[in-house]
Ligand binder design. Structure first.
Ligand SMILES: [Zn+2]
Length: 490
């Protein structure tokens, strides 16, 4: 008996030793994927770039789902023409559906695939209730405390104006790109992009234009991205989550008087169905773009985080519960469930026979709108609850994955490292929707990245209150685009 015990103990120790060896080996061979670059001196940016962005913010190009204020969008057309005289005279300029813009900068070598930089010029409205919380008026473009304030300062006028600013400066120096460059600015991204990005992408497809890479807004450089990572993380979105909303409808035979309620009511049944969905979230998946992100960030992290990231086969559970704990990282590892609309009942003493709810899902790669529908039905498991697509046309599968090697990714990483040498570059998954998804037929390498460094809490300014950009951040954004164009088209 004692012998057996000793044997078992030895076996246990041996297994433990093997485990330690594997974990140590995986940690030690978890090599850095960061690109080395030479020190780079960024281009000088003139003073008047600030007033240009201020003017752009002052034009309220608001996307409302019901109506478009065409005078604001017309004013934006005029603003673009008058602010960038060289771009306007040297580049080919086409207006699509009245308010979207495509610029073409012809390169010397037409055998090379062009690049495409995109952004959108519309902004979301400001909620009446939140106006008071703005320290500067949301369409003022005011320059206060070293920041330019207002809607579009981060999403996404700074990219529209910043890209054109970089082109204007390069044209001033008579820069001639080898590879052709396109800029495309949609005017309805915030309401789906149908008349903007979709129409522009069709325009490109009709001409059989294939881009070596496409760059849109999406991820940023985040400070304190993860515990154990001391450097800011420059996250390049290589895909974006999909989108689907489902309607739940409960229709019962009985409505009637609330003095004699039946044991099963429409509102109670619907509430139960939604509670079941929340209690049984979609499973977490640390793979695909998020897995690749951890492969890039992990080697730059301190112990024991690098060890955990290198040995996800062993520590996957710990990692999953850590990532599930914050809403932002939770959204990266699973398809999320968000009940957004409820309606039932007309009077406090009348039992409604019908109750409806809408649930919005953001879909990770691997799931589809159809697979979401299947799972929702099986979790609810109640024939009284009828599940249907809210708007099938609006449903969107997750974006296809862009490569993390090759020309586009390398040129982006290099430019990031040159302008932001202290960052760690990593691929990532964008959890919101962007115009980029509409360009999938035009390129296999679609990236989503905005060259701005933000703190985690700053991200709430996007679509939120006190949206603003620091002067030095904005200068750096222009310097980034100048260098990106140079690196891509030398
Ligand atoms: Zn945006």
């Amino acid at each position: 008996m004692r012998k057996l015990k000793r044997l078992l103990l030895r076996l246990l120790l041996f297994t433990l030793l093997i485990l330690v060896v594997i974990v140590a080996f995986k940690t030690l061979t978890f090599n850095s994927k960061q690109i080395e670059t030479e020190p780079y001196q960024a281009a000088l940016v003139p003073e008047d770039v600030v007033s240009h962005l201020q003017s752009a913010i002052k034009i309220p190009t608001i996307s409302n789902s019901n109506q478009t204020d065409s005078s604001a969008f017309n004013n934006f057309n005029t603003f673009l023409e008058s602010t960038f005289p060289l771009v306007d005279s040297i580049l080919d300029h086409k207006i699509i559906n009245d308010f979207s813009h495509v610029y073409f900068w012809k390169g010397k070598d037409e055998t090379l695939d062009p690049i495409l930089l995109i952004a959108h010029l519309d902004v979301v409205p400001v909620e009446k209730e939140s106006r008071k919380a703005w320290k500067q008026a949301p369409y003022s473009g005011d320059l206060v405390d070293g920041f330019i304030w207002g809607r579009g300062a981060l999403d996404d006028k700074l990219n529209v104006v910043g890209i054109l600013e970089s082109a204007e400066l390069l044209l001033e120096q008579q820069y001639l790109p080898t590879r052709s460059i396109y800029f495309a600015f949609g005017h309805d991204e915030e309401i789906g992009g149908k008349n903007g990005a979709v129409a522009i992408a069709n325009y490109f497809s009709k001409q059989n234009i294939h881009f070596s890479y496409v760059l849109d807004e999406g991820s940023v450089i985040v400070e304190d991205a993860l515990k154990g990572l001391e450097t800011p993380a420059a996250l390049i979105g290589i895909s974006e989550k999909g989108y689907v909303s489902l309607d739940l409808k409960v229709k019962l035979e009985e409505g009637g008087h609330s003095s004699m309620p039946p044991s099963v009511t429409a509102i109670g049944t619907l509430g139960g169905a939604i509670a079941n969905l929340e209690a049984d979230p979609f499973p977490a998946k640390i793979e695909g773009p998020v897995g690749t992100m951890l492969d890039f960030l992990g080697p730059e992290m301190s112990f024991p985080y690098n060890c955990i990231f290198a040995n996800r086969w062993l520590f996957g559970g710990i990692l999953e519960s850590q990532l599930s704990a914050s809403t932002a990282s939770n959204a990266m590892i699973r398809t999320t469930t968000a009940p957004t609309i409820l309606s039932a009942g007309i009077k406090d003493n009348v039992l409604p026979s019908e109750a409806r709810g809408t649930i919005n899902f953001r879909i990770i790669p691997g799931d589809t709108p159809e697979s979401v529908m299947e799972r929702v039905k099986s979790v609810i498991d109640n024939e009284n609850v009828i599940v249907s697509f809210t708007d099938k046309d609006f449903a969107q599968a997750p974006g296809k994955l862009a490569p993390t090697d090759g020309f586009g990714f390398n040129v982006l990483s290099t430019t990031i490292k040159e302008l932001f040498p202290e960052t760690t570059v990593a691929p990532s998954l964008v959890i919101a929707a962007t115009d980029a998804r509409h360009y999938e037929s035009c390129s296999d390498a679609i990236y989503r990245f905005m060259p701005v460094q933000l703190k985690k809490e700053d991200l709430s300014m996007i679509h939120g209150i006190n949206e603003k950009i620091g002067l030095s951040s904005y200068h750096k954004l222009i310097q980034f685009y100048i260098r990106l164009i140079q690196n891509s088209t030398r």
